[in-house]
Design a protein. Structure first.
Lengths: 288, 551
């Protein structure tokens, strides 16, 4: 039994625990010539610098806001979608809808952002053509702070709604049809059946997925944000990860960016633990 | 059952021990190799060393008797379609020198990331090759930290061409000598003076004629012209599709609006530093700067600036310039008109003289150009063959060789007539840039091409156009700009930290001010924020080095 577990253990030790050794450079002045072990210690300097940086609150605020927004919008939509899909009797229609909604998931992020730029262009974009048609002023979507988060979240919904709903659709198909039949006999309406039968049956899955989503709470889709960034929306779009990329990989300040990354991980872990506690208390479903 | 699981356990244990021993072996090998490097760089009296030395010819070609392979990291122009190993200049050079190069060529856009990873990870190539391979900060910092080896003794012993270059132009030798007295890079020299003028403001002359307007000479006139472009349908297709004014925002010297700040009394540039009467002046918190930003904000509010100026890249603006049907671009900033518009349409546009400020002064930006770049060729401490590497690059710093690596091989891109050269005609459907990079690394190469050499080439049409632009803007260029100085490692590190936050903040704020406008309060808090980000410390460092350079 335990033997089967060994490959997984090895994988985690090599790829997930061993690299943690490198975390110490957050407290050091890293130079590759001296190596990770040999670089001099600097204590909390890098953390203090991050905290005192004028960017600090903007970055933290954006990271949290984008994630909360995404969680509020992008998490429930696939559930609703799966519930609706489940109500469709016509198998062919159902399959077609599913296929169409999965499709965007397979488009690469770079292409999606390119499409956003084209569709939302103030001069030639479709959306702005429509706005002008109805007599409104064209909006410069990609260059506005106010629109950034919505564009980010809703293009994500468009891309992943179908894909994320697969799990729920599968769970729903496992609901015992007897219950539905009995409910129909008792005169329950469709809505009542969804609320009383479907939702409670997939609830454990929803909770587990919620916890797992929180697990990656602070790690928003880096590529997409980075590609969508420009000088005009920077105040709304700079998040921890893009900042780490810019200072660490482009600015070669490795210790500083490791420190920021560590802050990110610590916050994330605390959130995860908190949500897990709450879930445990109320529903007895939890990760540990 | 039990038996089987034991067997399984044993098998897996063995597998693991194998894996582990393989790992440790690899480690040992790595260590030995590492110490080998150290020996190679010290005096070294081992048999291996002697054998290596006897393989190297001290002068003349080929460089080595038996083929040697080196690994170089370099940048690659997006216009270059073939890998380095397939380029004709590279193949010819390998045949001549008997040195094989494993090129690790990274497209210039993603190069910075890759380079930093190489230095962070510590697995270094033999050398970094090319004008963009390392920036000034890299050369200083990585030289100081021991990643790059000092080259002055190698140059003395093995590099007559580079030595001659330093004798001809002592200022270049000074420019690559770090504050610790060592030379960590062979500079790239490309003495084309027209390259000191980068950006030019173009305006659609045909539209002006259609509307019966003269060339605008002041900022007010420029605004009126743009308004006419927007409202009076100068391209005559009855659709208001004209883009009055477009540029590329964000650090782009060639396509940005930095020079236009001169129309308000003081030029701006990506570093926001100018020299006025022998004094260093920071531009981005001064009234002149503010006035310029207010002006651009007004243009933006009136819909005269293409909003996409803040998000577009070269491809997008080129698509606007070359759009099918009637032209839609009124005025734009660029390196030359043909790049954005294509050669035919470019004839309808003219370069506009700097708009006059309230005192009637006209200013336009001057940059250092590419006549001297510190980066060119740097050998790392991991190289086993520093002598071969230095001889290899020295052979390339021979006049005709440099010319071919930059402009393309003779017979393809160049035609040799006696001791003069002509540019070969550009094939139909190709731009000069694409043609130049068909068989050579072109503008990414390390080279030394002096004024004297360029004088032997009959100029191409593209170059003549650029020279004309340079002559046009030259009278308006400032006498003095911030000199090329060599910072020492500690100051440089501090500058890097300060600049990362400060300059991205200034950039962001300028864009916001132009698009959304600003109040006195916004301005005050912006200036205060600059102070909080240690602007003064940055200026201290810069002015200290500026004062030093004057002495």
């Amino acid at each position: 039994m335990y033997l089967l577990f060994l490959p997984v253990l090895i994988y985690f030790v090599i790829f997930h625990y061993w690299p943690m050794y490198g975390l110490q450079i957050a407290f050091k002045e890293y130079s590759a010539i001296r190596g990770i072990g040999g670089s001099p210690w600097t204590g909390w300097t890098h953390f203090e610098r991050f905290y005192q940086s004028s960017q600090f609150w903007i970055i933290i605020k954006n990271t949290v806001l984008i994630n909360v927004y995404e969680l509020l919008v992008a998490f429930p939509i696939p559930i609703l979608f799966a519930l609706l899909l489940n109500q469709i009797g016509n198998e062919r229609f159902k399959k077609t809808v599913q296929t169409i909604t999965y499709a965007p998931h397979f488009i690469s992020i770079v292409v999606v952002v390119g499409m956003l730029h084209i569709f939302l262009s103030p001069r030639t974009g479709m959306l702005n053509h429509l706005l002008v048609l109805f007599g409104a002023e064209p909006v410069f979507f990609m260059g506005s702070e106010g629109w950034f988060k919505s564009i980010f979240v809703f293009s994500g919904v468009w891309q992943n709604m179908g894909w994320s709903s697969i799990v729920y659709v599968a769970a729903l198909s496992g609901v015992n049809p007897d219950m539905h039949e009995a409910a129909v006999m008792d005169g329950a309406s469709k809505l009542q059946r969804i609320m009383r039968i479907d939702l409670p049956s997939i609830q454990p899955i929803i909770v587990i997925l919620l916890i797992m989503n929180i697990g990656s709470f602070m790690s928003v889709g880096f590529e997409k944000i980075y590609l969508m960034q420009n000088a005009l929306n920077l105040d709304a779009s700079e998040v921890i990860q893009t900042y780490v990329y810019k200072t660490g990989l482009l600015g070669a300040q490795f210790s500083y960016s490791t420190a920021i990354g560590l802050v990110n991980a610590v916050i994330n872990f605390m959130l995860l633990a908190a949500v897990n506690q709450v879930a445990k208390k109320y529903k007895q479903t939890s990760l540990w | 059952m039990n038996k089987r699981s034991y067997k399984g356990k044993i098998t897996i244990l063995m597998a693991i021990s194998l894996l582990l021993s393989a790992c440790s072996n690899a480690n040992n090998a790595g260590n030995e190799e590492g110490s080998g490097h150290a020996n190679a760089n010290s005096v070294g009296s081992s048999a291996v060393q002697e054998e290596r030395d006897s393989n190297i010819n001290k002068e003349g070609l080929p460089i080595v008797k038996e083929k040697v392979s080196l690994q170089f990291v370099t940048t690659m122009s997006p216009l270059q379609k073939k890998p380095y190993a397939d380029l004709q200049v590279v193949k010819d050079f390998e045949a001549k020198t008997n040195v094989h190069i494993d090129w690790d060529a990274v497209p210039s856009e993603s190069y910075k990331e890759k380079k930093n990873l190489i230095f962070a990870g510590g697995s270094l190539p033999d050398a970094f090759y090319g004008i963009n391979a390392l920036d000034d900060a890299d050369v200083t910092l990585y030289g100081d930290q021991g990643y790059l080896i000092p080259l002055e003794d190698l140059i003395e012993a093995y590099a007559p061409n580079i030595k001659r270059l330093f004798e001809l132009r002592p200022e270049y030798k000074e420019g690559v000598t770090s504050s610790d007295g060592h030379i960590y890079s062979i500079p790239t020299i490309h003495e084309q003076d027209q390259l000191t003028q980068e950006d030019a403001l173009f305006i659609n002359k045909k539209w002006l004629d259609t509307l019966g307007l003269p060339l605008p000479a002041t900022v007010e006139q420029f605004e009126q012209v743009l308004q006419a472009f927007k409202q009076k349908d100068p391209n005559g297709n009855n659709i208001a599709d004209e883009i009055p004014f477009s540029f590329i925002y964000g650090g782009a010297r060639q396509d940005g609006i930095y020079s236009m700040f001169g129309s308000f009394g003081r030029l701006d540039n990506p570093d926001h530093l100018v020299i006025e009467n022998g004094q260093l002046v920071f531009t981005a918190d001064k009234p002149a700067y503010r006035e310029a930003v207010e002006y651009f904000n007004r243009l933006y509010q009136e819909g005269l600036i293409d909003p996409e100026s803040f998000t577009q890249d070269t491809q997008v603006i080129t698509a606007k310039g070359k759009n099918e049907g009637v032209p839609i671009l009124g005025a734009f900033v660029g390196w030359n008109a043909a790049n954005v518009l294509g050669p035919e349409r470019a004839a309808d546009y003219v370069a506009l003289a700097p708009l006059k400020d309230s005192n009637g002064n006209q200013l336009w930006n001057k940059y250092h150009g590419s006549s001297f770049t510190r980066s060119g060729f740097s050998i790392t401490s991991a190289s086993k063959y520093p002598e071969v590497a230095i001889r290899w690059i020295d052979a390339q710093y021979e006049e005709e060789e440099s010319l071919q690596w930059s402009s393309g091989p003779i017979g393809v891109n160049l035609i040799k007539n006696g001791d003069r050269y002509d540019y070969a005609p550009i094939p139909e459907g190709k731009s000069y840039g694409e043609f130049r990079h068909t068989e050579a690394p072109g503008n990414q190469s390390a080279r030394a091409i002096l004024r004297e050499t360029f004088a032997k080439i009959n100029e191409s049409e593209t170059n003549l156009a650029k020279i004309a632009l340079w002559n046009f803007y030259k009278p308006y260029q400032p006498k003095e700009i911030y000199p090329l100085v060599v910072f020492d490692a500690a100051d440089l590190e501090r500058l890097n930290i300060l600049k990362t936050d400060l300059y991205s903040y200034i950039d962001k704020k300028q864009a916001q001010f132009i698009v959304k406008g600003f109040t006195q309060e916004d301005w005050d808090s912006y200036v205060k924020e600059l102070e909080k980000m240690n602007l003064n410390e940055l200026l201290d460092i810069y002015s200290r080095y500026y004062d030093k350079s004057k002495r």
